[in-house]
Write a protein that binds this ligand. Structure first.
Ligand code: PLP
Length: 364
């Protein structure tokens, strides 16, 4: 007798991507052409050294979304946004980006047979992200302006010309991204007490909250987490309560002064009795180094804002709490920041190529 399994249970194909995995929770039909790179199903990794620093017998996990196909959580939203664009007959998509959206849009658009236009702030996109957009074959327009200006332009262009906007103002982006919350609950068996997350354009915090609420409604979890959003101190419009004209931070992925999902993010924070807190670049880089050197986890600077934030507000953590920090992107995205801020003084160069010279430096 042959056992016929759904494709995602077949050992040969493994994980099918998040549209197939969560089809009944997503706005797709049998007619939707699924454009996937088998994104999602990223690991939830315990981080004991971080938990130790928090104390109070807490459990801390990181949702390592840097392990998605293009190296950031943006793939969760992009698989759905591009599939729906293809279903609607789009031939081209456009986005503004601090880097990761452009990498993801480029990869999924090209896989779906579409053109990808990406508008980026000239000089403020991390090297790995730019490399990706170029190699995936996007049409890259670097403007002499910041992300907020780029977003205004692409909104206008998409209004006037036959191109589909795939920034997180496209509702399918958030629908896809909410699967991050599903995976956290599927792994832990319930929602955590706290969800710590970096906030830039504020789409992801909105999407996670949507996911937790949807799972709660359908009985997949008994409770809802406090949504703890962290912004870079130099780009903290939601914390301050007004837009920031010239946002500045080493964490380029959250260098955003006027978030598109501002109100929705505040609604999530209020409904969950969470908080928005600023973290300085120094605190971000400290957490970035700690994650890599103590836990073996290399994320990009913006992602480390979630852990920096947790450490900053650790006095507010309830004893024994279970906490998930979202690591939004991979460390290899931004090699320049890694090298410049590693603080590693054990990098020895110009050594004679002999056993004696090497052993001596090793201390033998
Ligand atoms: C896009 C991005 C963010 C910010 O997410 P928003 O949805 O814009 O708040 C944070 N970290 C990384 C790595 C990103 O790519």
């Amino acid at each position: 007798m042959t056992l016929i399994l759904p494709p995602y249970q077949s050992k040969l194909q493994g994980w099918p991507g998040l549209i197939e995995a969560y089809r009944s929770y997503l706005p797709v039909t049998e007619e939707t052409p699924v454009v996937t790179l088998q994104e999602g199903n990223t690991p939830l990794i315990p981080v004991p050294a971080i938990a130790n620093q928090v104390g109070r017998q807490v459990e801390v996990f990181v949702k390592y979304d840097g392990l998605n196909p293009t190296g950031s959580f943006k793939d969760r939203g992009m698989t759905l946004a591009i599939s729906k664009a293809k279903e609607a007959g789009a031939k081209a998509v456009i986005c503004a980006s601090t880097g990761n959206t452009s990498a993801s849009a480029a990869a999924y658009a090209r896989r779906g047979g579409m053109r990808a236009f990406v508008i980026i702030p000239d000089g403020y996109v991390a090297l790995g992200k730019l490399a990706q957009a170029l190699l995936y074959g996007a049409e890259v327009l670097a403007i002499k302006g910041n992300f907020d200006q780029a977003l205004e332009i692409v909104r206008d262009v998409a209004d006037k010309y036959p191109v589909t906007l795939v920034n997180s103002v496209n509702p399918y982006r958030l629908e896809g991204q909410k699967t991050g919350a599903f995976e956290v609950v599927d792994t832990l068996g319930d929602a955590p007490d706290w969800l710590c997350i970096p906030v830039g354009n504020a789409g992801n915090i909105t999407a996670y909250w949507m996911g937790f609420c949807q799972y709660h409604k359908t009985g997949k979890c008994d409770r809802l987490p406090k949504m703890m959003g962290f912004q870079a101190a130099g780009a903290a419009p939601i914390v301050q309560g007004y837009p920031v004209a010239n946002p500045e931070t080493v964490a380029s992925a959250i260098r955003i002064g006027n978030p598109a999902s501002w109100e929705k993010a505040v609604a999530a924070q209020e409904a969950s009795q969470g908080n928005f807190t600023p973290v300085t670049d120094e605190e971000i880089l400290e957490a970035y180094r700690l994650l890599a050197s103590s836990e073996g986890i290399f994320c990009e600077p913006a992602s480390a804002a979630s852990v920096a934030g947790l450490l900053k507000v650790k006095d507010q953590v309830p004893t024994g709490a279970r906490i998930v920090c979202v690591l939004t992107g991979h460390g290899l995205k931004d090699p320049d920041v890694a090298i410049k801020h590693s603080h590693n003084n054990q990098f020895c160069q110009g050594i004679e190529p002999t056993i004696e010279a090497v052993a001596k430096i090793m201390g033998f």
